[in-house]
Ligand binder design. Structure first.
Ligand SMILES: Cc1ncc(COP(=O)(O)O)c(C=O)c1O
Length: 339
């Protein structure tokens, strides 16, 4: 199957596996894994942050960051399509006693005009607005990314109201690729940042949270409490490091292929998509003839996997294990899709 269901479906390459087997390891709960320690320092430096902590998943990364930034009863402002709001099993309520305040942004992005009226007055009876959580690129928003100016304006607003900014950068590598923003800029706009190595970068496991030394020290204890203390994970850090070095440069090809796919979909009468809005590796398109279920079945029957992403919407996601040959086959399947 040509698997466009997600960019998480990639398999480790032989070269990545080799890097893993060659990694020097130690017990990371004792902070004695040299590969992990070096990798945490490297990624923290890359993003201009004081410290980093390797964690098993993007979900744990987001939740640790929210936990260290808040106290129970606080409120987090985010877009209504945000991963934290939709796909983390209600963890913010369960693990940190937080209330999420979703806003209707555009393609998963929120702006100061939307955020400022949502900041609560400081009354005893109001929830306490504490964090603005952004996602970059957006998943359910179809891979949209924030421009530098938009991020800077949100930072200014957060400072004006004494709020922290958390950025879910599961696909920040795609955002960096397309926006031309340097990674160190994110250290100036986010208090905490969580980045994934297991999405388009293609590592089998792993995310990292970044913040100041105090955030990371406290997150390290909570990671242990939540059962995320890991031992000889230099193996995984080596895979993630390999992915940053060798797969990050490939993301621009994923973006090109996603755009070509979107153009083919736009040309078919059964579907609707604004192909110009496809900026990174995610394509959301609507089914205008028939149902999403039937369309997904048809694509699967033709050997192409996709996922439903709403009542009328399908998501196709590109990754480095979809090459140009696979793309050509997918384009043909779209062209031949029964009307
Ligand atoms: C935007 C975003 N944030 C966070 C996550 C969570 O990552 P994980 O599946 O590693 O928990 C995902 C997963 O796809 C995501 O798309």
């Amino acid at each position: 199957m040509i698997d466009l269901r997600s960019d998480t479906v990639t398999r480790p390459t032989p070269a990545m596996l080799k890097a893993m087997t060659e990694a020097e390891v130690g017990d990371d709960v004792f902070a004695e894994d040299p590969t992990v320690n070096a990798f945490e320092e490297k990624i923290a430096n890359l993003f201009g942050m004081e410290a980093g902590l390797f964690v098993p998943s993007g979900t744990m990364g987001n939740q640790l960051c929210l936990h260290v930034l808040t106290t129970p009863g606080d409120e987090v402002i985010l877009d209504e399509t945000g991963h934290i709001f939709n796909y983390e099993s209600g963890a913010a309520a369960h693990l940190s006693s937080l209330q999420l305040h979703p806003l209707k942004g555009k393609r998963g992005k929120i702006s100061p005009e939307l955020i400022e009226p949502a900041i609560r007055p400081k009354n005893e009876w109001d929830p306490h607005t504490r964090v603005i959580a952004l996602e970059n690129t957006t998943n359910k928003g179809g891979g949209a990314f924030y421009a530098k100016k938009e991020l800077a304006e949100i930072r200014t607003l957060a400072d004006k109201h004494g709020l922290d900014v958390h950025l879910d950068g599961a696909r920040i590598w795609n955002a960096l690729t397309v926006s031309g923003i340097g990674p160190e800029f994110f250290g100036t706009i986010a208090d905490t940042l969580s980045v994934c190595f297991s999405k388009g970068l293609g590592a089998p496991v792993g995310s990292m949270i970044l913040g100041n030394r105090d955030h990371v020290k406290r997150a390290r204890r909570i990671r242990k409490m939540w059962g995320g203390g890991m031992r000889q994970i230099g193996l995984l850090a080596a895979a993630a490091d390999y992915a940053v070095e060798h797969h990050w440069p490939l993301l621009k090809e994923d973006h090109r292929r996603a755009r070509a796919f979107a153009e083919a979909v736009a040309a078919h009468p059964a579907f609707h998509v604004d192909s110009a809005a496809v900026e990174t590796n995610i394509v959301l398109f609507d089914v205008v003839q028939g149902t999403v279920e039937k369309a997904i079945q048809n694509f699967a029957g033709a050997g192409v996997g996709m996922v439903p992403f709403g009542a009328k919407t399908i998501r196709a996601t590109f990754h480095f294990q979809i090459d140009d040959e696979a793309l050509e086959k997918v384009l043909q399947v779209v062209e031949d899709f029964p009307i």
